[in-house]
Design a protein around this ligand. Structure first.
Ligand code: ADP
Ligand code: AMP
Length: 217
């Protein structure tokens, strides 16, 4: 099954995608994680991405699509994939549709995690991530171990460089302008599934699973 996850920054896409990927046994592909790894490794892609990410802007469509095209062409994506944070523009959505169409595939579910902007600002300003394994925490609602230590791999967790207030406001604005229209795009194709993304993390996961099961029946 091919799933794309939509939602404002901080909606819980990464958190839910990790759980869903384990449950459905399909790879979790986060374009944000791919860019952050490239930045850490100091590659050319990392340099291009950093310029945009740190200003709260999107990385250009051709660069982002090239990455996704390569990744979903890998063997482990043959039985499906979970795209987290892609597509983020109408052009990316159209490029993805035509790429999948070439091999008779399509987006089966566009999962829209719905959370009000006011709540995501609080979530993002408390977000902590593990630079080593990518595990995701929140200062209050889902803290790491004492002293900021990752529960999965014992590395020290950090705040993302693009999670400071001014950048967050800019990213939310970018979402409303460029990404929100994708809800209508996937709704027209009959594949949109909107889930209330507020409340506890396991409750949201259960709601998502019941929608996914309903959609595949
Ligand atoms: P996204 O990938 O959509 O940007 P994340 O999954 O990184 O969002 O979640 C953003 C922040 O909110 C993280 O700190 C995460 O731990 C926290 N979070 C995720 N889901 C919830 C929830 N249901 N309630 C409260 N905080 C949450
Ligand atoms: P995320 O981890 O999904 O919040 O992504 C972090 C940042 O990476 C975003 O604010 C963008 O600058 C960039 N990014 C991630 N995915 C995309 C995409 N599909 N298109 C353009 N830029 C992206």
């Amino acid at each position: 099954m091919n799933i794309v996850i939509l939602g404002v920054p901080g909606a819980g896409k990464g958190t839910q995608a990790k759980m869903l990927s384990e449950r459905l046994k399909i790879p979790h592909i986060s374009t944000g994680d791919i860019f952050r790894n490239a930045i850490k490794e100091g590659t050319e892609l990392g340099k291009t991405a950093a310029d945009h990410i740190e200003q709260g802007k999107l990385v250009p469509d051709d660069v982002t699509f090239g990455i996704v095209k390569g990744r979903i062409g890998e063997k482990d994506c043959k039985n499906g994939f979970l795209l987290d944070g892609f597509p983020r523009t109408m052009i990316q959505a159209e490029m993805l549709d035509s790429l999948l169409g070439e091999t008779g595939r399509k987006v089966d579910i566009a999962l829209n995690i719905d959370v009000p902007d006011a709540e995501v600002i609080d979530r993002i300003s408390g977000r902590l991530v593990c630079p080593s394994c990518g595990a995701n925490y929140h200062k209050k609602s889902n803290p790491p171990l004492e002293g900021g230590i990752c529960r999965e791999c014992s590395a020290r967790v950090l705040q993302r460089k693009d999670d400071f207030y001014e950048t967050v406001v800019k990213r939310i604005e970018t979402y409303h302008l460029q990404t929100k229209p994708l809800i209508s795009h996937y709704s027209d194709k009959g594949v949109i599934v909107t889930v209330n993304g507020t409340g506890d993390i396991t409750g949201i996961h259960d709601r998502i699973m019941s929608e996914v099961r309903g959609h595949t029946r």
